[in-house]
Design a protein around this ligand. Sequence first.
Ligand SMILES: [Zn+2]
Length: 176
Amino acid sequence: MNILYYPEPVLHKKALPIKDINSRAEELLEKGEIMLRLMYEAAGIGLAANQVGLLERLVVKDETGEHKGERVFINPEIISADGEILEEEGCLSLPGIYGKVPRAKKVVVVAYNLKGERLEMEAEDLLARVWQHEIDHLNGTLIIDRMSPASRLAASRRLKELEELFREGSSKVRTL
Ligand SMILES: [Zn+2]
């Protein structure tokens, strides 16, 4: 598994809900551990399954970078959202692209852990942003789909570069 970059088609596809968590726990743990390793290597704070080519509703995140606590989440869903805040955001699948993305300030998220336990979590500011970003990935939505028109325009040259590198099948994208 590797982190995939825009415009890889899987990034614009919707991931499917994961069923029978308990009987798949071992496999999901393994996928989660690989995703966490790739996320840390790329100095990211969250990664969604689409970004490694899996169309399953699996997300890893560690916004503190402490390598501990609950970090693998299954079927995450926002059940309520409050307020709005516009901040700069980036994405591991869009190297070199940053732009202002509007997000809810506070969210309540329901997800399952690897034991199949239901978790209900409140998140605010950066953590709320990470949840919204990762759940967007599971729905095939990227930050460029939500950026302000000005940010999108500023990113347009870099997007073209990424499209060209993808067409060439180039691995240079990693060093952008
Ligand atoms: Zn992302």
